[in-house]
Design a protein. Structure first.
Length: 526
């Protein structure tokens, strides 16, 4: 049997059971709506975590319920419901000795049948620490400027067996939404960050373990040792009603990194209204965190000079921070080459009749071959060493209404031109819908303004990569051959390199190889 509990992931600590949708003795399928739950700022539907029968409604419609409170019982017809109810009643009375706290983060909690007897403890059988390895699943840092992420949805549930590479959850970063894959295999024992919550990067959102008790012991040990950084720092959610929740006015707080503590909703409203969070003297949330209600009470600053103020979006701030860091900290140097692009243009037109492709696909294919040949172009400067990567993962710069994004083609050197073109189309379409793939895995980026008629330009390196190639338009021109001018098509590419990793000679060699490949496109079709 399972207890249906009010999930702790809700924004409010308590609320009202508005209406039961399911009836007692009704068979349910996993995901069926059990009841609607109303808090001060939202109405949510609580769904069945498994296929079962609703044996008993413990808290009827109209009842107030707090997070973690049992409100119903799921199970099979014939299960001892009365025994469970007696257990719930006795649990509310003072106990002679404290028991280990049950896991209450999920809407349903498994309970033992009264017939299942516990093994009696004897002086010779003292409790020992639970065995088993506990592996934290962390909020990833997708990009150098990412400080926090919002967990949008879980793709797995507690108790599921996870495989390496399996999609675990979807997050929203400062630039896009992305799916996070498992880097370790095991059983998902406990989820500690739920949908809609925002946490700092590299903070645990769940734990893998074969034994649930091992996770509880692990978390208890962290709490005892004072390892606060291992506990999820979930951003506070705004309260919408003074009558529903008491507010205490405190001084505005700062995180350990000096960042102002504010809920995601508060940051969004402040950005829309052009309000500086630092100008708010106090926040009513825990630890002085600024909530949306605090921002709404502040008057937006008046515009000056008749201009229109448009606050930076989350993506624009990320782009600004990332590129500013690159220009200030990465020693750029530039090299360019102009090549005869007539054969490339002809090959592109001919190939396009067979399958969808672009000139940029040819360039990407050529870069993949050259990067495989020159390891420095798949290396990064990291602390006091250079890290060389085995895979040729190439980022493709994509312009959107919000700004520049860079989805990544993984293992580009292993793809044929046809497969590369198809994969690139998928990545570009996804990027324009706000979903990026391969964030943080790129070793080299290609940016192309040729379709806008730009003949040549220099690009800023996308950190922590070591190089970026700027591709200009294929244009009509002339070349000198045996002292005579001949009409042809020309294309100029400019390579920006990190001088800490790539020297000038190596940059010239890379461009020479790239030029040879693009002037002989038949090698790219093989």
């Amino acid at each position: 049997m399972f207890l249906i509990k009010i999930p702790r992931k809700l924004r409010a600590a308590e609320g009202l059971i508005e209406k039961w949708i399911a009836n007692e003795a009704a068979p349910l399928r996993k995901g069926d709506v059990l009841f609607s739950f109303k808090t001060a700022d939202e109405i949510v539907e609580i769904r069945s975590p498994q296929s079962a029968t609703l044996l008993k409604i413990v808290a009827p419609a109209g009842s107030l319920a707090a997070a973690g409170q049992p409100v119903g019982i799921l199970g099979r017809p014939g299960d001892d419901v009365e025994g469970v109810l007696r257990g719930l009643n006795s649990a509310q009375k003072p106990q002679p000795a404290p028991q280990a706290a049950p896991k209450e983060d999920s809407p349903a909690q498994e309970i033992k049948h009264p017939a299942q007897k516990e093994e009696k403890m004897t002086p010779q059988s003292k409790p020992t620490a639970p065995a088993g390895k506990v592996i934290p699943i962390l909020m990833p840092q997708a990009g150098q400027t990412m400080e926090e992420g919002t967990l949008l949805s879980w793709k797995v549930q507690e108790g599921d067996c996870i495989e390496v590479g399996q999609v675990l959850f979807e997050i929203e970063t400062d630039k896009a939404t992305m799916e996070v894959e498992a880097v370790d295999a095991g059983r998902l024992s406990k989820i500690v960050v739920f949908e809609g919550q925002t946490v700092d990067v590299k903070v645990p959102v769940a734990y893998l373990a074969e034994d649930d008790a091992a996770v509880e012991a692990y978390l208890s040990a962290l709490a005892v040792s004072g390892a606060a950084s291992s506990a999820p720092q979930v951003a506070a959610q705004p309260a919408a009603s003074e009558s529903a929740f008491q507010k205490t006015q405190t001084a505005a707080g700062l995180s350990d990194s000096g960042r102002i503590k504010a809920s995601p909703a508060a940051r969004k409203i402040a950005a829309q209204r052009g309000i500086d969070l630092a100008a708010i003297p106090a926040g009513s949330g825990p630890g002085g965190r600024i909530l949306s209600a605090d921002v709404e009470s502040v008057k937006a600053p008046a515009g000056t000079g008749g201009g229109i103020r448009r606050p930076l979006s989350k993506m624009r701030r990320a782009i600004a921070g990332n590129l500013l860091y690159s220009k200030q900290n990465v020693p750029h140097f530039y090299a360019k080459v102009t090549m005869d692009a007539q054969a490339l243009f002809d090959a592109y037109k001919q190939t396009k009749e067979q399958f969808k492709c672009s000139v940029n696909d040819f360039v990407t294919r050529a870069c993949a071959k050259a990067i495989r040949q020159y390891p420095a172009f798949r290396s990064r400067f990291q602390d006091k060493e250079i890290v060389e990567f085995a895979e040729v993962n190439i980022g493709i710069a994509v312009g959107t209404d919000e700004g520049l994004t860079v989805p990544v083609v993984l293992r580009a050197d292993t793809l044929s031109l046809k497969d590369l073109a198809e994969k690139t189309r998928q990545l570009v379409a996804g990027a324009r819908e706000g979903k990026l793939e391969g964030i943080g895995q790129g070793v080299f980026t290609i940016t192309n303004l040729g379709m806008f008629g730009v003949e040549e330009f220099s690009a800023i390196i996308n950190p922590p990569e070591s190089a970026i190639l700027a591709v200009g338009a294929i244009r009509e021109g002339v070349k000198v051959e045996n002292g005579q001018l001949k009409p042809t098509r020309l294309m100029t590419v400019t390579l920006s390199s990190d001088h800490r990793v790539i020297d000038g000679v190596l940059s010239a060699q890379f461009l020479q190889t790239l030029k040879e490949l693009l002037e002989n496109p038949a090698s790219l079709l093989a």
